[in-house]
Write a protein that binds this ligand. Structure first.
Ligand SMILES: C[S@@+](CC[C@H](N)C(=O)[O-])C[C@H]1O[C@@H](n2cnc3c(N)ncnc32)[C@H](O)[C@@H]1O
Length: 422
């Protein structure tokens, strides 16, 4: 089959288009997008503004005969039904799981020479490999030779570890094709921060203060592991690994930050004085929480003189700011040299060379670049997907981070397409 080129390269279509990671990567090679489909109206508007091409909506409602002729189908079909988060329902999933059939339907009608797909690596193993068989078998039956490879953006010099599987298929075989073997070297997250000139939001004075308290804690105690540290346990003595019977029994103990429970007359007043993580019905902590409580109390015992004073500063903080988790560099005991996330489960310190997952990141979880004492911007997050050249993004952080988390990395797409299209 001969590749029918347009004025500029071949024609491609962008299914499940999202923010257009495939569009960016493939068009950078001089190829032209002739059709896109995206369910989400907001993303469709943004795509139209970025690429001057208005995507169609739900692909299930598109008559394949109306899809313009093309030589390449690109599709990052929704990964949710096949990822861990989607409970691995696979092709049995009645809605999104069958979306791969839409790719088959269009490929059958239009017979493009190439297909490029992207998904989560789990796609291979869900349903004991049945979905994978369905996918690869379907492509093979239509006459495509298929190959696949898992990449992380890190291999392409982007400070992000997220693994994605790329699947390529070609009607005339893949003898010509080799997977790119990038030698782009490691880049730190800082390199992305420095590149960006867009609006930056500084962290609030309250958050800065909370982080300096925790920095003090680390400098003075040198206690940091990936086990959560629960500051509200500093000075607490209440029993956490057995069912509590009566208010009277509790009055002999101390609650959050060492407050006495002596004057409590009701169970409700006891609960109020316990740390939030221990306010459950029967007073018995889960094994995970119990481990963190024990660890935190041991730290308190080792450094009680310092912590007795230190904990006073934390008393007014939201409960989640009193929990602390170190996933950072042990050699570098400095919070400000790290990425920081304020999560519902606590403050998390992350190694500075790799961005946390962008997916499902609410506004409050937006990573903080410690050295700059500000939030990572949308453009910087876009740089992690090699999409920072786009002019338009969803206008609020959580929508933008979600769309970016779902997007395919445009640089990886480009490098693969370079080898595939000949
Ligand atoms: C994993 S994301 C793909 C992101 C895209 N590759 C990018 O670079 O941004 C899947 C996208 O498919 C869209 N989608 C889901 N069901 C769809 C359908 N029936 N028709 C068209 N798009 C759909 C979702 O809204 C989502 O944006």
């Amino acid at each position: 089959m001969k590749t029918a080129t347009t004025e500029k390269g071949i024609r491609f279509i962008d299914l499940f288009a999202g923010l257009g990671g495939f569009h960016v990567g493939v068009s950078q090679l001089g190829h032209r997008c002739v059709f896109a489909s995206e369910l989400d109206e907001g993303l469709r508007d943004i795509y139209a503004k970025n690429f001057c091409l208005a995507p169609e909506g739900d692909i299930r409602r598109i008559d394949e005969r109306l899809v313009p002729d093309h030589e390449l189908i690109c599709a990052g079909f929704p990964c949710q039904p096949f990822s861990r988060a989607g409970k691995k329902k696979g092709a049995k999933c009645p809605s999104s799981g069958r979306l791969v059939d839409e790719i088959f339907r269009i490929a059958e009608a239009k017979q493009p020479k190439y297909i490029m797909l992207e998904n989560v690596p789990d796609v291979i193993s869900i349903e004991e490999g049945k979905f994978w068989e369905y996918l690869v078998g379907g492509l093979a039956r239509m006459g495509y030779e298929v190959d696949y490879k898992v990449y992380t953006p890190r291999e392409f010099g982007i400070p992000k570890k997220r693994k994605r599987i790329f699947i390529v298929a070609c009607k005339s075989g893949l003898q010509h094709f080799k997977w790119p073997a990038p030698e782009m070297g490691e880049r730190s997250l800082r390199s992305i921060a420095l590149k960006s000139n867009d609006q930056h939001n500084a962290i609030s004075k309250e958050k800065e203060f909370a982080l300096s308290c925790w920095q003090d804690f680390i400098s003075q105690t040198s206690e940091f592991t990936s086990l959560p540290i629960l500051a509200s346990e500093f000075g607490a003595t209440y029993p956490y690994n057995k069912k509590i019977k009566t208010v009277k029994e509790m009055s002999a103990y101390k609650g959050a930050f060492g407050v006495s429970l002596q004057d409590c007359k009701t169970w409700a007043s006891v609960q109020e004085k316990l740390p939030k993580h221990s306010r459950n019905e029967n007073g018995k902590a889960s094994p995970r929480v119990a481990e963190a409580i024990q660890y935190s109390r041991e730290i308190y015992n080792r450094h009680s003189v310092f912590l007795e004073l230190w904990k006073n500063d934390l008393k007014g903080f939201p409960s989640s700011w009193t929990k602390f988790e170190w996933q950072g560099d042990r050699e570098q005991a400095n919070i400000w040299k790290h990425i920081i996330q304020f999560r519902a489960s606590g403050i998390r310190i992350i190694k500075p060379d790799c961005a946390p997952s962008l997916i499902a990141m609410s506004t409050t979880q937006t990573p903080i670049l410690g050295e700059e004492r500000r939030y990572m911007s949308i453009k910087e997050a876009a740089a992690l997907q090699s999409l920072d050249m786009l002019d338009f993004f969803p206008d609020n952080n959580s929508k933008a981070f979600k769309a970016l988390g779902n997007a395919v990395n445009a640089l990886i797409v480009k490098e693969i397409a370079k080898e595939l299209i000949h």
